[in-house]
Write a protein that binds this ligand. Structure first.
Ligand code: ADP
Ligand code: MG
Length: 491
């Protein structure tokens, strides 16, 4: 560790900060940090794109904190974040690493008392972190002045852009020093943001760590198909099966969130909600209780997706499928951070299953179907086989062999042969996604678009032997979860 930390020093990070990094258990720079830190120290404008959970916060905070002159009572750095939660998370990092250097940090977020923030602003904190709404408010009343700000960061830049558009961002940038340094970061930097960067930045360093690879490789992606009315029950079974310490459950509609929460609590799943309309204190309390493990399931709308870093979050469930592949990236990106194992599970109806295949193609990552059968997570064909077997067994003893040859037919997207045991890595991920584009995948997708129901086990058994190796019972889960499963009793 001591050797590795020298890599931060080689990038130009000073002793005080490297000591703080060591204290917080950070040993060596992540790739985006190694790339971005030298440019930011030079004062260059930077466009940085790398997957969720790869350490973008410290990639800009460390060099900017280092460039702050703590002896000058001036607000020198402004960080803009799209949500209150993310802004507060950045404030905490700023305090952690800046505090020891004598750097003062302030969070300017909506919902909190503006008067208190104004009071604190008088002391000219060196690092200002805020959400666009509150920043605009304080700028328009001239409580916040940017004329001493040398560096401006847009964290989750595309989200900020989507919230207010280019003019909004420009008006936030106005008032800062003419030769201010600009830094935009996200896992998803689209053409809009790049166009704005083109106009506002001078000769930016374009730092991209595998920008086309938007999802963390350490996360496995699965989906389960159920009927609309069985969504909550499927969620219950998923949670029972994987038994995560903590999980985020994403829903699409804020107005149904309370209902989902109460249903989950009714099932004994300890859920609470986080959504945009709740007041700031409630949001902050809920999030901090979730972080400290006071309850297990955080039911959230997409507002919670951006940038939040919750240690030990093993599972993300999309109770409703994400609106598009970018939303999927940011939701799934709450888990599998910094190389840790993660699992992203979508619950879809038969008619929505094509969405999963679409995301899989667009993100070039395997998103594989699984089915629950008596508490086990199985490839769909295997689950069907067992169901069929159970039906046949009932009247006349086991018909295992016959069933075993049956349902491996081209009924549904993911072939039982495609690996679910390894996380969706590059090669296996690409393979599986590629495989889905092949004949059988297209066939079932077309069937689903047409609203065809789930294949009838009896019918697909009639399709005859496929000669493929049947998946074993553990096929459905990554290794870390298998280990867990062996120590617990599935629902
Ligand atoms: P991103 O903004 O890219 O989504 P974050 O900045 O939130 O990622 O960082 C994700 C997690 O990784 C945080 O918990 C952070 O403390 C941790 N982290 C950051 N840099 C390093 C590093 N160099 N080594 C190990 N962990 C790190
Ligand atoms: Mg971030």
């Amino acid at each position: 560790m001591t050797k590795e930390i020298e890599q931060f020093a080689q990038l130009g990070i000073g002793e005080a900060l490297t000591a703080a990094l060591l204290e917080y258990g950070i040993g060596k720079p992540s790739p985006i940090q190694a790339e971005a830190i030298p440019y930011i120290l030079e004062g260059r404008d930077v466009l940085a794109q790398s997957q969720t959970g790869t350490g973008k916060t410290l990639a800009y905070l460390l060099p900017l904190l280092q460039r702050i002159d703590p002896d000058k009572k001036e607000s020198q750095v402004l960080v803009i974040a799209p949500t209150q939660e993310l802004a507060m998370q950045i404030v905490r990092e700023g305090e952690k690493y800046g505090g020891p250097l004598g750097i003062g940090t302030i969070g300017l977020i909506g919902g909190a008392s503006a008067a208190r923030q104004v009071e604190k602003l008088r002391q000219r904190p060196h690092l200002v972190v805020g959400t666009p709404g509150r920043l605009r408010e304080l700028l328009s009343t001239r409580k916040l002045k940017l004329h001493e700000v040398r560096s401006i960061v847009l964290d989750e830049a595309d989200q900020i852009f989507q919230m207010g558009g280019a003019d909004d961002v420009r008006s936030l940038l106005k008032g800062a020093l003419r030769d201010r340094q600009l830094i935009f970061l996200s896992a998803t930097l689209g053409t809009d943001v790049r166009a704005l960067a083109e106009r506002e930045m001078r000769d930016p360093a374009d730092v991209g760590i595998e920008p086309e690879q938007k999802l963390a490789k350490s996360t496995q992606h699965l989906y389960f198909v159920c009927q609309e009315r069985d969504r909550i029950d499927t969620l219950r079974r998923v949670v029972r099966h994987y038994n995560p310490q903590r999980a985020i459950v994403f829903v699409n509609q804020a107005d149904t969130i309370a209902e989902v929460e109460s249903k989950l609590n009714h099932l004994g799943l300890e859920a609470r909600t986080l959504y945009g309309d709740a007041d700031k204190v409630t949001r902050a309390t809920v999030l901090s209780q979730f972080r400290s493990g006071k309850f297990r399931l955080l039911v959230a709308t997409d507002v919670a997706a951006r940038g939040l870093d919750i240690p030990g979050l093993e599972l993300v469930v999309h109770l409703d499928p994400a609106a598009d592949s970018e939303h999927y990236v940011h939701r799934a990106g709450r888990t599998g951070r910094m190389g840790r194992k993660g699992l992203s599970v979508s619950i879809v109806t038969d008619r929505q299953a094509f969405i999963m295949r679409k995301f899989s193609r667009e993100l070039d990552t395997a998103i594989e179907e699984r089915a629950l059968y008596e508490g086990a997570v199985l490839a769909p064909a295997e689950a069907e086989e067992r169901r069929a077997g159970a039906v046949r067994r009932t009247p006349k003893g086991p018909a295992k062999k016959e069933a075993g040859r049956g349902p491996a037919g081209p009924g549904r997207g993911v072939s039982p042969g495609s690996s679910g045991a390894s996380p969706a890595g590059t090669s296996s991920g690409a393979d599986a996604a590629g495989g889905e584009r092949g004949g059988s995948g297209r066939g079932s997708e077309a069937a689903e678009r047409g609203g065809a129901g789930r294949p009838n086990p009896a019918k697909s058994a009639g399709r005859g032997p496929k000669g493929k190796k049947q998946p074993n019972k553990d096929k459905g889960a990554p290794k870390w979860l298998k280990e867990k499963r062996s120590t617990q009793d599935p629902s």
